[in-house]
Design a protein around this ligand. Structure first.
Ligand code: HEM
Ligand code: HEM
Length: 163
């Protein structure tokens, strides 16, 4: 199957919607952390909209990422911009794979921790949130490097749909 020239509008929409939802998960995580510790110590936390917001947001992310992965497998993604050194190309492929893996494993580990009452899954969830932060940081630096230094208009690929 030949690589498409760009991402579809659905792939682009999902990329930015999921990025915003992930930012919200980072912003609103304290109440669920407190509630989880309370449960681990044998307590029963009261109802909190922010706790259920974190759970609902995480489930929404999981479903949207599954949709996105199916689009990615069906339609593919454009090749790296012409002239991208092979090492950068491989780095981007590995980085994108890591982002997809973390976007799937994070909600799954959260669900296992909360509904299964498994502390180790909660710890894995915390570790993976830090990993996600680091990989997204590299991802943004790479996007800016392409845009500002290589000047190959990479950012436009995640803004304007291409056939
Ligand atoms: C992609 C989706 C998600 C992201 C980005 C995310 C992000 C976070 C972050 C940043 C924390 C704080 C970690 C820390 O204290 O260092 C956290 C804690 C937590 N989240 Fe999520 N979360 C997601 C999905 C979920 C889901 C679906 C659940 C299911 C109930 C969940 C349950 C929890 C729990 C129980 C904690 C407390 C863990 C602990 O303190 O050991 N999360 N999450
Ligand atoms: C939580 C935040 C983010 C996540 C999880 C994320 C994830 C991803 C993933 C998995 C891809 C690969 C798409 C594919 O080939 O299937 C991608 C592509 C891309 N992202 Fe992000 N992204 C995030 C934030 C951002 C931000 C803030 C920017 C802008 C600075 C950005 C710019 C791009 C660009 C330009 C591409 C296309 C790269 C290419 O065509 O080689 N992303 N993103």
């Amino acid at each position: 199957m030949p690589a498409p020239k760009g991402y579809s509008s659905m792939q682009i929409g999902l990329h930015w919607l999921i990025a915003v939802l992930i930012a919200l998960q980072f912003l609103f995580n304290e109440p669920i952390g407190d509630a989880f510790r309370q449960i681990e110590q044998g307590g029963v936390p009261g109802f909190s909209l922010l706790v259920w917001g974190h759970i609902a947001g995480g489930i929404a992310i999981l479903l949207l990422v599954l949709w996105r992965v199916s689009l990615r497998l069906g339609r593919g993604a454009p090749d790296s911009p012409a002239g991208t050194p092979p090492l950068l190309h491989m780095g981007a492929a590995a980085g994108h794979l890591a982002l997809y893996a973390l976007m799937l494993l994070l909600p799954v580990s959260g669900l296992v921790a909360w509904f299964g009452g498994i502390g180790a899954a909660g710890e894995a969830h915390e570790v993976m949130t830090n990993l996600l932060l680091a990989v997204v940081g590299l991802h943004v630096v790479a996007a800016l490097y392409h845009q500002l230094i290589r000047k190959d208009h990479l950012l436009l690929r995640m803004m304007r749909p291409g056939a």
